[in-house]
Ligand binder design. Sequence first.
Ligand code: NI
Length: 226
Amino acid sequence: MLLSVPDLLNPDQVAKARQILDGAEWVDGRVTAGPQSAQAKDNQQIPEGHPAGREGGALILDVLGRNPLFLAAALPLRVFPPLFNRYSGGQSFGTHVDNAIRQVPGTPHRVRTDISATLFLSGPEEYDGGELMVEDTYGAHGVKLRPGSLVLYPATSLHHVTPVTRGTRLCSFFWIQSMVRDDGQRSLLFDLDVGIQRLTRELPGHATLVPFTGVYHNLLRQWAEM
Ligand code: NI
């Protein structure tokens, strides 16, 4: 499932994040890439554990943990601390798949990357190119969102970022270990959840809501790992 979470950050929070990142040190993005993706990767990143990255990441995690759409779609168990990258001057990231397991720096914790997330921090009018292209069985989908908006996609997907030929593309990226590892199962739960929410709004108190909600929780109970 490829899903946008519009306006995860409001304009004030985007401005705050960009202000924090302005003071950061940027290094070659290959520092967090595996050997295969290092060959495809050409961008800049804030080093893991850098104070500016940590502060920006905390701002994102705080908002993320309170966003109903994100919580319903991702069913998060662990979220990798957000990282930041930027592309300019023709930089791009060729087709790759993200590493399956990531060690959280400075901790004994590891995150299995079930879901990849990209949070756009610069506006589409600020740069040309820089589309995130995600491949699935229905072809490649281009994603370029307004600042503050997030896209979630299965970390199993091949994906790439097209060259940024004008301006600078600034994003945060991170991964989520979901309580429900399988994207197909997660999608079914999300569809059911969305349907129940809609029924609750349009036919409040309808008797069907109780068994439907029961089915949701009983499927989640079968599929969740913690
Ligand atoms: Ni990637």
